[in-house]
Ligand binder design. Structure first.
Ligand code: PLP
Length: 694
């Protein structure tokens, strides 16, 4: 809504808006700070997670127009009821001249009734909503007149948001309703994501070629400066003229230049008349071009090497061409990783937990295949208590990349003890042998009180101390040294994902409970107790104890019912070639699929070397092409496989979804008779991971 309002109003007004989702107790003040004397309007987003917060925000924002968006259920856990949350939100509007609300929502209407008399209520009556193929028409009545507008979206959320945006925009320029209707028809999908991609010639790319204004430039520069790549690569900014800033070029571009300096930009490549005229403001290496084509044809463009490049341009400059040319296209198969979904999954599990319960996020096996560095960074930014990886090398990589959160090592190997100490990686200790070696290594280094995590085997029979027989000796040995200190004690459920194992799980817990208490009694400091994995978090709230360990759930997969919550990973590729093959011909090696009708067969660049299991071939499963199911036909080859697109309207170059947002990874794991963990962790390293974040 905020971005749409911006699209509607920015052609006529100089509009400042909250960046991204800066709507919290911290985000709102930061947004307000961004306003400057040139702005005609500020669109400030405000959200609350607890009662009492809105009153504070009201004093900071003091809005003249109040807009209530769809109320939603976020943070509902902290409010007694939906009504109370609504009433709390309404506090923001008590000093407004006008409010825009959805009066069809009885709760909102009731709350709005409590606003002071002099607050004007706008009435836009929606008569009818017509949905067509690719657009919706909204018929309305406003101030005694009837009219209609069209939007290029048909989903309900977009329609509802459009009504609120339209009503709000009407307040600001009520004279010309036709202009507004025209703009409604051109509303664009909001691209709030900053993508990081591998570029050609060793470059890394942040593609933000959708808009250019000073605020979003600042955000993108900030995002860039926090990326690990900046350690190794020089920072380059490719920027177009900034349109409709309302500011004189001189002050605008000297401000932009300052920003670039403060974020460590070493090279600026500008496109546009204004930038060309203002080249001298940029103290670093700079090159200016009048047009995008001139840039693309230049030596400067040709010679970009090992740089970390932010591409930022107003739509009119078609910088998508620039980023397309810079993007590396070796293998068109990618694993797209949605970091926002990851955060939402953490929030989902948090809802089952007491606020004081800690959480370990399992990023072992390269973050269940999606990559541990990006996920760890995101989790660290969201205040996770612990990260857990399988081996010390993975932990050291995270430290090298700037991860400072606590890191637990699940399988410390004998060779890596020095690495544990050097990088402050906390090992899990599961046997006397390992314990002795660790004590020896730590004492040799003169280390004291190094945190370790004691693992008990309560039924898995994999790794761990025996919770009955080993306890006295373990406690005695630990007490007799000062090199190591037990920081936590844990065990692992064998079957928290199935009701049929409940009796066994409870027995595991009892064993664990007794042994862990014994250990605690031997120490004056608090020893963290934890036993639940993802499935356990949902199923055994009474066993959360001090901490839980979230693994599969982080990636959106519910191990209990195989449903996908917020999908994190999408494996995609593109069609290389399509051919017609007559009935009776066979496809692929060993003639395993013989066609029963005349068919159209597409080849896609993904094979078992990418982690696509051979058992999916010969109609063992399907992928999605333009939303429709296409069977794998023939044996899956090493780098390529074939799919049946006979009934699908598609062409070469079209995207194919192997699994992801529209095809749950569990469809593949079910077809293979395995678990989603195996499919995810099996995606090979050569598949490029692309991370997206709002
Ligand atoms: C992998 C792992 C987890 C996470 O399990 P999920 O089922 O993925 O939630 C928890 N604890 C231990 C010890 C693990 O090895």
């Amino acid at each position: 809504m905020k971005e749409w309002l911006y699209q509607l109003l920015s052609p006529d007004f100089n509009v400042c808006r909250s960046p991204r989702s800066y709507n919290s107790q911290v985000g709102v003040p930061l947004s307000v700070w961004l306003t400057n004397p040139h702005n005609d309007l500020a669109i400030i987003e405000a959200g609350i997670s607890q009662s009492g917060e809105m009153a504070r925000l009201e004093r900071i924002v003091k809005p003249t127009i109040g807009v209530m968006t769809n109320l939603g259920v976020a943070h509902q856990e902290n409010f007694m009821s939906y009504d109370i949350k609504c009433a709390e939100k309404m506090l923001l509007f008590k000093g407004c001249q006008t409010v825009v609300i959805n009066s069809e929502d009885a709760t909102i209407q009731k709350c709005a009734d409590t606003l002071p008399e002099n607050v004007r209520r706008v009435k836009l009556q929606v008569r009818q909503v017509e949905k067509n193929n690719d657009h919706a028409t909204i018929h309305f009545e406003y101030g005694g007149q009837v009219g209609q507008y069209t939007i290029p979206f048909i989903d309900d959320a977009s329609i509802e948001n459009s009504i609120t945006c339209f009503s709000t925009a009407l307040l600001v320029f009520s004279d010309d309703i036709h202009v507004l209707c025209e703009r409604m028809s051109r509303l664009e999908q909001v691209a709030m994501r900053l993508e990081v991609k591998d570029g050609k010639n060793g470059c890394t790319l942040i593609n933000d070629s959708y808009n250019s204004d000073v605020q979003s430039l600042d955000i993108a520069l900030d995002f860039m400066s926090r990326r690990p790549e900046t350690k190794k690569q020089h920072r380059t900014l490719i920027l177009s003229d900034i349109l409709q800033s309302g500011e004189a070029p001189k002050s605008l571009y000297s401000r932009v230049a300052q920003m670039a300096v403060s974020r460590g930009i070493e090279k600026v490549i500008g496109v546009g008349e204004e930038l060309t005229a203002c080249a001298d403001y940029f103290p670093m290496e700079h090159y200016m071009f009048r047009t995008t084509d001139a840039l693309i044809r230049s030596q400067v463009f040709e010679q970009l090497r090992n740089e970390f490049i932010l591409v930022k341009g107003a739509r009119r400059f078609h910088f998508d061409k620039v980023s397309d040319l810079l993007t590396l296209k070796v293998h068109q198969t990618i694993l797209e990783v949605n970091l926002n979904a990851l955060v939402n999954n953490v929030r989902y599990y948090r809802r089952f937990m007491k606020p004081e319960t800690k959480m370990v996020c399992m990023v072992k096996a390269s973050g269940y295949g999606v990559g541990s560095l990006e996920t760890s960074k995101t989790l660290q930014d969201n205040g996770v208590d612990y990260l857990a990886v399988a081996v010390a090398d993975e932990g050291a990589d995270l430290r090298e990349a700037g991860i400072t959160a606590n890191i637990m090592i699940m399988n410390p190997e004998t060779t890596s003890f020095k690495m544990l100490f050097d990088y402050s990686l906390e090992p899990e200790v599961f046997s006397f042998d390992l314990l002795e070696q660790l004590i020896y290594a730590a004492e040799k280094e003169g280390i004291t009180n190094f945190p370790i995590h004691i693992k008990l085997d309560t039924g898995m029979h994999r790794l761990g101390f025996n919770p009955v027989e080993d306890m006295p000796r373990l406690i005695e040995r630990l007490r007799r040294q000062t090199a190591l200190v037990p920081c936590s004690v844990f065990s692992h459920f064998v079957g928290s994902d199935g009701d049929e194992f409940d009796t066994f799980s409870r027995r595991q817990f009892e064993l664990y409970d007794r042994a862990s208490r014994q250990l605690q009694e031997a120490y004056p400091h608090k020893i963290i107790r934890h036993i639940c994995n993802s499935a356990g978090i949902e199923h055994f709230p009474e066993y959360h104890l001090d901490m839980v360990r979230l693994g599969l759930g982080l990636y959106g997969i519910n191990a209990r019912n195989n449903h996908i919550l917020n999908n994190v990973a999408t494996l995609k590729t593109t069609i290389l070639q399509i051919r017609d093959v007559p009935k009776g011909d066979s496809i692929g090696y060993s003639r395993r699929t013989v066609l029963e009708r005349d068919s159209r067969i597409a080849a896609i660049p993904i094979g078992y070397a990418d982690g696509l299991n051979r058992h999916l071939g010969n109609r063992g499963c399907y992928c999605l092409v333009n939303g429709q199911k296409a069977d794998y036909v023939g044996n899956i080859c090493m780098d390529v496989c074939m799919i049946d697109v006979t009934d699908i309207d598609c062409q070469e170059g079209d995207t194919v979804e192997i699994f992801g947002d529209h095809l749950p990874v569990t469809v593949l794991s079910d077809a293979l008779g395995t678990i989603p963990y195996e499919v995810l962790t099996g995606i090979s390293n050569r598949v490029q991971r692309i991370y997206i974040q709002e």
